[in-house]
Design a binder for this molecule. Structure first.
Ligand code: DOR
Ligand code: ZN
Length: 301
């Protein structure tokens, strides 16, 4: 008989945009309905840079949670060239933050305050390695000469690998990976390295964005790549390898900001993520591995 129910440990989302104000109140229940915890991205305007910023944002999130719902926001700090290692260490020691987020300056939505000169954050990264605080990385170069479809793989060679070599012991999460090169890089490095995979990158490739008219709601960053890369991501997610886990990158925007001459990046997926993932894993005959991807590998890392 076909199995039609599946019971799994409460999932977590290891990469989520909750925004602020009205948008926060609108989208938070969609996540809290399905997820126990989430790593909350700090790319507000202005960004969540200091421990005090994170403390205040955490309070606003908990305040927006509807009566009767439970949810634990795992806060992150937005790494800038002026970030103070002592402030980061204090926020970590008090249990306030779970990670620090690295945006290369200009890589994506609200990343203008990100890092341009990686030497300037060396002190913070070394401190993080000492105290065991993970770095979540948006892995794309911003060099105008690099084709947008190559920006992730070039980032691995030019930025990520040098940072990891220079900072032994730094725990790194490569976020929302979109390429076979990223899958291979994670597989080749046992220690201190993991990757999140979004829901949408498991089901769309670049044709879905561009064939038959432009589909702005499928546009996100890193942009979806060709089908061979999607297949590599599906293989990684459904393989049972505990270095790969779910980070939805659910990123809500108003329709007016998506459906315009210069539409912004972000796919809002919190509402439908678990049912879509169940379909992806079922197609691969891997429903028994869904729980690892949604609920076990992330916490273990
Ligand atoms: O598509 C994206 N949307 N990628 C990001 O890195 C940021 C996010 C957002 O904040 O909208
Ligand atoms: Zn994101």
């Amino acid at each position: 008989m076909m199995k039609d129910t599946l019971t799994i440990q409460y999932p977590d989302d290891w990469h989520l945009h909750l925004r602020d104000g009205d948008m926060l109140r609108a989208v938070l229940p969609e996540t809290a309905r399905h997820f126990a915890r989430a790593i909350v991205m700090p790319n507000l305007v202005p960004p969540v840079i200091t421990g005090a910023d994170a403390q205040a944002y955490r309070a606003r999130i908990l305040n927006a949670l509807p009566e009767g719902m439970t949810f634990q926001p795992l806060m992150t700090l937005y790494l800038t060239e002026n970030t103070d290692p002592d402030d980061v260490a204090a926020a970590h020691a008090s249990g306030l933050i779970a990670a620090v987020k690295l945006y290369p300056a200009g890589a994506t939505t609200n990343s203008a305050s990100g890092v341009a000169d990686f030497d300037k954050v060396r002190g913070v990264l070394e401190r993080m390695a000492q105290i065991g605080l993970p770095l979540c990385v948006h892995g794309e170069v911003t060099d105008a000469n690099i084709d947008i479809f190559d920006r992730e793989s070039v980032f691995i060679d030019r930025v990520l690998d040098p940072i990891r070599r220079a900072t032994p012991g730094l725990r790194v999460v490569m976020e929302h990976i979109t390429t076979a090169q990223a899958v291979d890089y994670v597989r080749a490095h046992d220690d201190d390295l993991a990757a999140t995979i979004t829901t949408h990158h498991l089901v769309i490739n670049r044709n879905h964005i561009l064939v038959g008219g432009i589909h702005p709601h499928y546009y996100c960053l890193p942009v979806a790549k060709r089908e061979t890369h999607r297949l590599a991501l599906v293989q990684a997610a459904t393989s049972g390898d505990n270095r790969f886990f779910l980070g939805t990158d659910s990123a809500p925007h108003m329709d007016a900001a998506k459906q315009t001459a210069c539409g912004c990046a972000g796919c809002f997926t919190a509402t439908n993520t678990l049912s879509i993932l169940a379909e992806v894993f079922e197609r691969e005959n891997a429903l028994d591995r869904l729980e690892g991807f949604t609920s076990r590998h992330g916490p273990a890392f």
